[in-house]
Design a protein around this ligand. Structure first.
Ligand SMILES: Nc1ncnc2c1ncn2[C@@H]1O[C@H](COP(=O)(O)OP(=O)(O)OP(=O)(O)O)[C@@H](O)[C@H]1O
Ligand SMILES: [Mg+2]
Length: 284
């Protein structure tokens, strides 16, 4: 089994909208989703058919870490820029759904909503990140593993229902630290090296232990669950062969979609479609 063609083309369509120079969209209701991550702040906008029409992706150094919004003011300022840019491009957003890392509860989860309100948007609804991702993947069973900048999130889905979630530190930042230490370069340079397709093969042996650690986290959480497929999302999952390491360590068939980085933000926008009528932005 592979990722459905429908899911992959949805992700690729969203990728195209990020430049904001696409053909635009017609009339109808818009739904927005905001992903406040450790490494990126992303906003996705879909129309009433669930078709991606706009998006924004901004690198965000450590505004969010280990499931907590650390730099509230910094996160607000980046998101505000994105919203203003999208509005200026003709997408009149007034509300958005937002996601929080699995296991984040109470005030910590509510803080994600407060960031949305602080940029002048209404919170259409909140959902956890891997659940958002599963909406894009269009799956009813399996484990969605979201390996982002700071954490590895796990969400187990059975018959379309989320039955278990967890989130633990270890993400792309930890990969950067290994490279930074080995090559004696700063973390930014290490990160660029990690994302360079010409370098990824030669550094795989160095970063593999970090991927094994991520797989060990997944193994621990899957212990008491019967799971037949792991779906890898999150920016760190873009690294070639990470899915092979995951598969070898867990013994579970592991697959990843086109551009895993964009799956969760897009899923949050699709999640927005499921929330109440107050999430609607109608364009005439
Ligand atoms: N092509 C790539 N190859 C390897 N790593 C990548 C690639 N593109 C992005 N990344 C890494 O993905 C991470 C960001 O992923 P993502 O946007 O999913 O994280 P986040 O949502 O900001 O973080 P978190 O979910 O942990 O809070 C960064 O560590 C970044 O370096
Ligand atoms: Mg994330």
């Amino acid at each position: 089994m592979v990722i459905s063609e429908k899911a992959n083309s949805l992700i690729k369509d969203f990728e195209k909208t990020l430049s904001l120079d696409g053909p635009g969209y017609g009339k109808g209701t818009l739904y927005a989703g905001v992903d406040l991550g450790t490494a990126y702040i992303a906003t996705a906008v879909v129309d009433d058919q669930g078709v991606p029409v706009a998006g924004a992706l901004t690198k965000s150094q450590s505004f969010v870490r280990d499931g907590l919004v650390l730099d509230y003011v910094g996160a607000i300022s980046i998101l505000k820029e994105q919203v203003v840019k999208l509005q200026a491009a003709g997408f009149p957003l007034t509300s958005a759904a937002v996601a929080f890392p699995p296991g984040t509860t109470g005030r910590n989860a509510n803080t994600f909503g407060h960031v949305i309100e602080s940029v002048g948007l209404e919170v259409a609804g909140m959902l956890d990140e891997p659940t958002a991702a599963s909406k894009v993947l269009d799956i009813t069973d399996g484990a969605v593993v979201d390996i982002g900048g700071g954490t590895t999130g796990i969400s187990i889905i059975k018959n379309g229902e989320v039955v278990y979630t967890a989130d633990e530190p270890t993400g792309g930042t930890h990969v950067d630290l290994v490279l930074s230490g080995h090559f004696k370069v700063g973390q930014n340079e290490a990160e660029s090296m990690k994302r360079d397709p010409d370098k990824q093969w030669e550094i795989l042996y160095l970063v593999k232990p970090v991927f094994e650690k991520m797989a060990a986290i997944v193994n621990t959480h899957l212990q008491n669950h019967q799971v037949e497929r792991i779906y890898l999302v999150g920016g760190t999952s873009c690294f070639p062969r990470i899915e092979k390491v995951m598969e070898e360590e867990t013994g579970i068939k592991t697959i990843k979609p086109a551009n895993p980085l964009l799956v969760t933000p897009l899923g949050i926008a699709l999640g927005c479609k499921n929330f109440c009528g107050s999430s609607k932005e109608t364009v005439n």
